[in-house]
Design a protein around this ligand. Structure first.
Ligand code: FEO
Ligand code: CA
Ligand code: CA
Ligand code: CA
Length: 565
């Protein structure tokens, strides 16, 4: 519980009520527009999306990908570039020309791969409206087939070698890119999350190693069925291919010819986002969540130091990975994952990071999603989105998941946000104090721990915090990906939404509600803060066109043109 304050609220807008309306609902005085939707061409030789067929491989390669998630805004001498993750596809919609997609042709797989990855595009605002600048030299599609350099400890290791890449140094593509990060040296970090569900095995005698089971890789037919047209998704033919995914990838968005770099030093797991903070001593700290029940929260500390004006481009190639251990006395520590602490080589730690973290006794968490570091104070926050099956081990080799520390509720359908403050105002310090900024809940239904913490009430309640980002004022933007039934224990919570928190007072106000069945995720601001870009992912009504629902990036502005808050 937070102390009552008597200053005026820093959240200077009228709170939006929960709603199930199939639109974007904002406070009075704010407006929105679509900037980019799935299938919008980035080049003038592209064609508009044919929603009856889902388009073709060729049309998708020229167009904005599907299911946009994390995104970042770059200002390069007045040229504005948005980089946006395209996390996954909806096979039934994308493969509409194939009677539900049960049989995948080579062109279906080509289209699937092109709808994944990252869309990079120049944007500009004319007559009050943001749009894609077609044919800009900065426009680029990064897909599940784009060549990427493998950097860091796993580079060249035997587990990284495949028939197409016998040296284990060059991976093809990135997929299931969820949250993101942005470095002060101008690069974009895209995070590979549920990379496992793209693999299958054609041969029943293939024995899946325990190391892959821990990551949820399975031999049964993949959700996406790419193995039907590309052998590298067939475990029986390319058993090491999954070891080349589950990383953070660094991309230079201003150099469309640059080869993206997989940063294996940041570990391999179901990466949510990559929150960069420069410590007072110059080391680059990256906070990283592994979004699976009973997995962990991580911190990377670079070996080198960030220096303005120096070549910082390879700072993420080398450093030490740590995993969080939370104690019940509101103290915690970062445990280093090294050959000495794990008995594993540096390459093995980079590839089998979950197993390394289990060896040192890290704290199992309620699904760590985005981490956000406060730009105005040395502290960071992480959404623990929910845990609906405590006690059920998610994957082979996983650890027990007791309700304790920052994961206090046994059946956790609502989620919470943990924050930690490193000792000595130093992001590289190995100990910290922690507390819960908020426990989500429903005070209209419960009067126990499931009502939520004191800063949750009937007017601002929500469930399943996921996206999380600080603005320049140190206000914390919270986005949800949860239950939108508006019934039972979720009654009165409406659609998924975006709220703003004042981390000093604990106050939380709802700023936006998304359309039917969507998730709200990813946030970025224009340089002058007059526009906020947000991803609306997997809408399920008829938003935004009144017909087929389309994942889209929206721009939110104030009618008076001033900064968002
Ligand atoms: Fe793609 Fe953990 O959300
Ligand atoms: Ca998502
Ligand atoms: Ca997410
Ligand atoms: Ca989520």
């Amino acid at each position: 519980a937070m102390a009552a304050h008597h200053q005026p609220s820093r959240l200077a807008f009228d709170m939006v009520k929960a709603t199930t309306a199939d639109t974007i609902t904002l406070p009075k005085g704010y407006t929105w527009q679509v900037v980019a939707s799935w299938g919008d061409p980035l080049w003038s030789k592209g064609v508009p999306l044919d929603t009856n067929t889902g388009g073709t491989g060729a049309s998708q390669e020229m167009a904005f990908g599907d299911n946009n998630d994390g995104l970042a805004f770059f200002n390069h001498n007045g040229v504005f570039v948005l980089a946006v993750n395209n996390e996954y596809v909806n096979p039934k919609t994308l493969n509409a020309n194939r009677e539900g997609g049960e049989t995948m042709t080579a062109d279906d797989v080509r289209k699937n791969k092109a709808a994944h990855g990252v869309s990079i595009m120049e944007v500009a605002k004319y007559d009050g409206k943001w749009s894609i600048i077609k044919d800009s030299k900065f426009n680029r599609r990064i897909t599940a087939d784009t060549e990427m350099e493998i950097t860091g400890p796993a580079r060249g290791h035997d587990l990284m070698k495949t028939s197409a890449d016998p040296r284990g140094v060059l991976a093809k593509g990135t997929w299931n890119n969820c949250g993101q990060g942005q470095t002060p040296w101008g690069t974009y970090l895209t995070c590979e999350e549920n990379f496992n569900s793209y693999f299958a095995a054609s041969d029943d005698s293939y024995q899946l190693p325990d190391e892959l089971k821990r990551y949820g890789v399975s031999t049964s037919e993949g959700r996406y069925k790419w193995e039907m047209a590309d052998d590298r998704f067939d475990l029986a033919k390319e058993p090491n291919e999954p070891n080349r995914f589950g990383y953070v990838v660094e991309i230079d968005p201003m150099n469309p010819n640059s080869r993206p770099k997989k940063r294996t030093a940041l570990g391999r797991f179901k990466h949510e986002n990559a929150e960069v903070a420069i410590a007072a001593n110059g080391h680059v700290v990256v906070y990283l969540g592994d979004d699976e029940r009973g997995e962990f929260l991580y911190r990377f500390v670079s070996k080198g130091k960030y220096q303005v004006g120096a070549d910082n481009s390879d700072l993420l190639a080398e450093g030490t990975l740590y995993v969080a251990k939370f104690h019940d006395n509101n103290r915690g520590e970062w445990l280093a994952l090294t050959p000495a602490t794990t008995g594993m080589t540096e390459a093995e730690i980079a590839i089998h990071t979950r197993q390394a973290a289990s060896k040192v006794g890290a704290t199992t968490m309620d699904r760590p999603e985005w981490v956000a570091a406060n730009p105005n104070k040395v502290e960071a926050y992480c959404c623990l989105t929910n845990n609906k099956n405590r006690g059920v081990k998610p994957n082979a080799g996983g650890d027990a998941t007791p309700a304790e520390g920052p994961n206090p509720r046994v059946k956790n359908n609502f989620g919470q946000i943990v924050r930690w403050e490193p000792s000595n105002e130093d992001h590289t310090a190995n100990d910290f104090k922690w507390d819960l900024f908020v426990m989500a809940g429903n005070p209209a239904v419960f009067d126990d721990a499931y009502a939520g913490s004191a800063n949750v009430n009937k007017d601002n309640m929500f469930n399943s915090p996921d996206g999380l980002k600080f603005d320049r004022n140190g206000l914390l933007w919270i986005q949800t990906d949860g239950n939108y039934s508006n019934e039972g224990e979720f009654a009165g919570q409406g659609n998924n939404q975006m709220l703003v928190g004042d981390t000093e007072t604990g106050e939380i106000k709802r700023f936006m509600v998304g359309p039917t069945k969507c998730e709200v995720t990813g946030a970025a601001w224009s340089s002058d803060y007059s526009t906020m870009f947000v991803s609306i992912q997997h809408p399920g009504g008829t938003w935004p066109t009144g017909a087929t629902p389309l994942s889209s990036v929206i721009a939110i502005t104030r009618e008076d043109g001033r900064a968002i808050v």
